[in-house]
Design a protein around this ligand. Structure first.
Ligand code: HEC
Length: 520
């Protein structure tokens, strides 16, 4: 019924436009912006949605997923707080796609379809300074999820400081999540036997970051005046906890973690910490009941002893979770908002990095509020009939944790535009994609000349994408011109920091791409 009335509304909306939306004119770019990061061949999603034909073939499911807000997956409420790497569709984008589907998916002029982002299916950031890889492991997740832990020595002989971490799943289809820790004394053990190793055994083992499908590598700001890092000392190991979902039995994985360090001797790097500051490790959820829990940090009646800058938030529950919220407060003072997930989805969890660091002044408390539905109304309830569930590591147990990346506050922290810093590069990048486009100079500092193999017509497109597939700039294509200049600025007129970018062009229907690198 809902579906029907929506169709009518959508058709009325379309009636107001003189020309219907087309794939080439209106829709392709939305897919590139919001879907193809996961939906490309070799990506985190099972099907590619890069081309008109691919979308056409699954139009019904695409309609359903978008109409019901299931895709793109983006659980946090953007009205509560804004994050980097936001995946959600704007309401205008959603209407455009649905109208287009309702109108029979007109393709438009195929040769003027905008050129897509370039995915390398390998790494965003290229070779780092240290790569650790788990031995090839076969998932044992037949009737239960498989949780296993690996301890891998870094073999470092001196202290190094992390500036970026990229988790590269060995098998994107079965790696549900991975958490990366630094174990300073190599005290942890590899544990692949019981299938329920979900966290380290020692308090000294420190969380660095996590991976979930579609996640962006953790790139810390690493340019003056904001250099952030995490130390890794000699004798340390990387500790990786892996989660393979039920049904993945027999599939192999060998996930690796690529770590980028600051050059030895870099000064002025501020250490950040990560951890579940908000936590309740001792609770019960009676069967057939909805239960609300709250947790606070610090416990007791005095708030934080100092002010902190918070970079990210990662709320965590299991299958009974219904909603979760985290914020900082002090009686009679403004609340600092971290995250609100109104409809919890176990499948989609992530560290959400804020667009601006959140200042939590001293005297404040961090607070989490979570609701669990242990009734038959909860379709994800692993028990039927419902059973009493308590806190624990198994997926069928429950958890109430909110992780943060944070550091001691310094004046002005809240004013940094982290988007800009995160676009910045982290050093080495792997092999160039070759093509008939020539770029000079490459790498470049403040501008480069892009020469195409053919003369352009006004119907062609030459776009600049970031390495993570974000559209940065559309270069004007003038009839008869064969060389274009990119000044290193984005569509909003702001110069980008250093990083890897792709020129992606569609010229007389032919796709071409070229990797370019901008330096400071
Ligand atoms: C962060 C990664 C990610 C993004 C972004 C994303 N998807 Fe998905 N999508 C997935 C994964 C993983 C699956 C398969 C697992 C599942 O069904 O939940 C999937 C499944 C689907 C399916 C198939 C559902 C089914 O029942 O088989 C459709 C259709 C789909 N996505 C459409 C889209 C569209 C359209 C967009 C953009 C508007 C989008 N997705 C954005 C990861 C993503």
């Amino acid at each position: 019924m809902k579906f029907r009335s929506f169709l009518i509304v959508a058709n009325i909306l379309v009636g107001f436009h003189s020309t219907a939306q087309t794939w080439s004119g209106d829709v392709a770019q939305i897919f590139y912006d919001k879907c193809t990061k996961c939906h490309h061949s070799g990506g985190a999603a099972p099907n590619s949605l890069m081309t008109f034909n691919e979308v056409n073939a699954m139009a019904g499911l695409v309609y359903q997923c978008i109409n019901q807000n299931e895709m793109p997956p983006w659980p946090p409420d953007n009205n509560y707080q804004q994050y980097l790497h936001d995946r959600s569709l704007t309401s205008a984008e959603k209407t455009t796609i649905l109208n287009w589907l309702n109108n029979g998916l007109p393709e438009g002029n195929a040769s003027s379809t905008p050129p897509p982002p370039v995915y390398t299916n390998n790494t965003f950031l290229g070779n780092g300074d240290l790569t650790v890889q788990i031995p090839t492991y076969m998932s044992k997740a037949l009737t239960h999820d498989d949780y296993v832990c690996f301890s891998i020595p870094t073999n470092l002989t001196q202290n190094r400081t992390i500036k970026a971490v990229e988790v590269v799943p060995g098998n994107r289809e079965i790696v549900h999540h991975a958490l990366v820790y630094v174990d300073p004394t190599s005290a942890e053990n590899t544990d692949t036997i019981g299938g329920n190793c979900a966290s380290p055994s020692n308090a000294t083992t420190k969380l660095v970051t996590g991976y979930t499908p579609g996640a962006t590598p953790m790139i810390l700001p690493s340019i003056d005046p904001l250099k952030l890092g995490i130390d890794v000392g000699p004798g340390s190991s990387i500790y990786l906890t892996m989660h393979y979902p039920m049904g993945s039995y027999g599939a192999y994985d060998s996930t690796k973690v690529i770590i980028h360090f600051y050059p030895v001797g870099t000064t002025g790097v501020r250490q950040i910490s990560a951890g579940p500051l908000i936590a309740d490790n001792n609770f019960n959820l009676p069967a057939n009941q909805v239960t609300n829990l709250t947790a606070q940090f610090p416990g007791g009646s005095t708030g934080l002893p100092a002010s902190y800058s918070v970079l990210s938030v990662f709320p965590h529950m299991h299958l009974l979770g219904k909603n979760i919220k985290a914020y900082a407060f002090k009686p009679n003072m403004d609340t600092v908002k971290f995250v609100n997930v109104p409809k919890w989805n176990f499948m989609w969890q992530d560290f959400y990095f804020f667009q601006h660091m959140q200042k939590v002044p001293n005297g404040y408390f961090l607070k989490g509020e979570a609701t669990y539905d242990n009734t038959t109304n909860n379709l994800n309830n692993p028990h039927n009939p419902p059973q009493n569930v308590s806190s624990g590591f198994n997926t069928t147990d429950e958890m109430f944790l909110v992780y943060f990346h944070y550091m001691p506050y310094q004046n002005g922290d809240e004013n940094y535009d982290l988007n800009q810093y995160v676009n910045a590069s982290v050093g080495e990048y792997y092999n160039n994609i070759t093509g008939d486009i020539s770029v000079s100079p490459n790498p470049f500092n403040h501008g480069c000349d892009i020469t195409l193999p053919k003369k352009l017509s006004a119907d062609d497109h030459v776009y600049i994408y970031s390495a993570s597939g974000e559209l940065i700039r559309k270069l004007p294509c003038i009839n008869g011109v064969q060389s274009l200049h990119w000044d290193g600025f984005n569509e909003q007129g702001k110069e980008l920091g250093n990083g890897v970018f792709f020129v992606s062009a569609r010229i007389q229907g032919e796709l071409l791409s070229k990797k370019i690198m901008k330096l400071d």
